[in-house]
Design a protein around this ligand. Structure first.
Ligand code: GRE
Ligand code: ZN
Length: 326
């Protein structure tokens, strides 16, 4: 399919490059780091070869979220966003931008999002999970009360918020001890991000701000497959849910979330996601440079869904959500 739009597509600047080391075998680092630092050469050739018209670019992970010093996080987010704006300006026909945000300082994060959307023309934000704040061994999640004003800004700007994975901190990761192979994209990324998304749903955030749209990658980090059980366990007890939100979790997943195919090129999982959310809330993505464009694009171009759904998922849902071309 021509004209695809992909939106979990990462780049790095020198300050954040090393954050992406250590996930893949050492002998792949030269290739991976080259892919992360490139925007206008190899990347565009990959896009051309596989029918991707536009990539919405985001900084690598955890980058800003891993900087526990608030002022440093604010400064580096601004620098990365300025860099991205310049890169997009060189090829505005092929690239758009997501803001990196210093969530360590909710007020500064709201101001940076506003700057990125209104002055730099970015189409939303991409945030790499919880933030370390003040002390390295802290994990602050965005359902907490200090983020409600930030979320009001997200809603007012109508800016989609991509909740991207990161690993749990060592102090939070006892379950993975002795099994480092479970960290990263194999399992821990999804577990971490799914729990964060459930926290947002259950907190009542979307009752207060029903206009917020969260984007999850990797076919929804397991949530489409699991959300029914989250809502229906032990239903014979008729016990009301023990969380502040007013509605079933699945209703928020269906109304406040979009899901991308990044790094999860599996027809069975796509069909389940279509059954849970519908084809209007799914968007094609690759997860370049951690996944290959050719594999993702070839799978998507041939996956056995209707051509109308392929068009929506490959392109028009993103055009609508991010107001592309308006
Ligand atoms: C990702 O961005 O999804 C990612 C990383 C690091 C390793 C693998 C991966 O940030 O998919
Ligand atoms: Zn990613």
């Amino acid at each position: 399919m021509d004209g695809k739009i992909a939106l979990e597509e990462h780049f790095a600047i020198q300050d954040t490059l090393s954050d992406s080391a250590g996930y893949l075998p050492p002998d792949t680092w030269e290739e991976l780091s080259g892919r992360l630092l490139d925007i206008h050469d190899r990347r565009v050739r990959e896009m051309d070869a596989h029918g991707i018209e536009i990539m919405i670019l985001s900084l690598n992970a955890p980058a800003i979220q891993g900087i526990h010093d608030r002022a440093e996080a604010v400064a580096l987010a601004g620098k990365a966003n300025d860099f991205l704006a310049e890169a997009v300006a060189k090829r505005p026909d092929r690239f758009l931008g997501f803001a990196a945000l210093p969530m360590q300082d909710p007020g500064a994060a709201a101001r940076e999002l506003e700057r990125c959307v209104t002055e730099l023309g970015f189409v939303g934000a991409n945030v790499n999970g919880f933030s370390q704040v003040d002390e390295p061994d802290t994990a602050v999640y965005y359902d907490l009360p200090q983020y409600r004003d930030f979320w009001a800004t997200v809603e007012a700007l109508d800016a989609p918020f991509y909740l991207h994975p990161r690993n749990p901190l060592p102090s939070m990761a006892q379950i993975y001890e002795g099994h480092p192979w479970l960290l990263g994209p194999t399992w821990a990324f999804g577990q971490e991000t799914a729990v964060h998304a459930l926290r947002l749903m259950a907190s009542g955030l979307f009752d207060e701000h029903p206009g917020i749209q969260i984007v999850l990658g990797h076919m929804g980090e397991g949530l489409p497959f699991s959300i029914w059980r989250c809502d229906n366990r032990n239903s014979w007890t008729n016990a009301p849910p023990a969380y502040p939100a007013k509605r079933k979790l699945a209703e928020y997943l269906q109304e406040n979330f979009y899901i991308t195919t990044s790094g999860n090129f599996r027809t069975q999982s796509l069909v389940d996601t279509m059954l849970e959310l519908g084809s209007d809330r799914i968007m094609f993505s690759v997860d370049w440079p951690f996944e290959n464009v050719d594999g993702g694009a070839k799978w998507f171009d041939e996956v056995t869904i209707s051509e109308a759904d392929r068009r929506k998922i490959g392109r028009t849902n993103a055009v609508r959500l991010f107001k592309i071309g308006e």
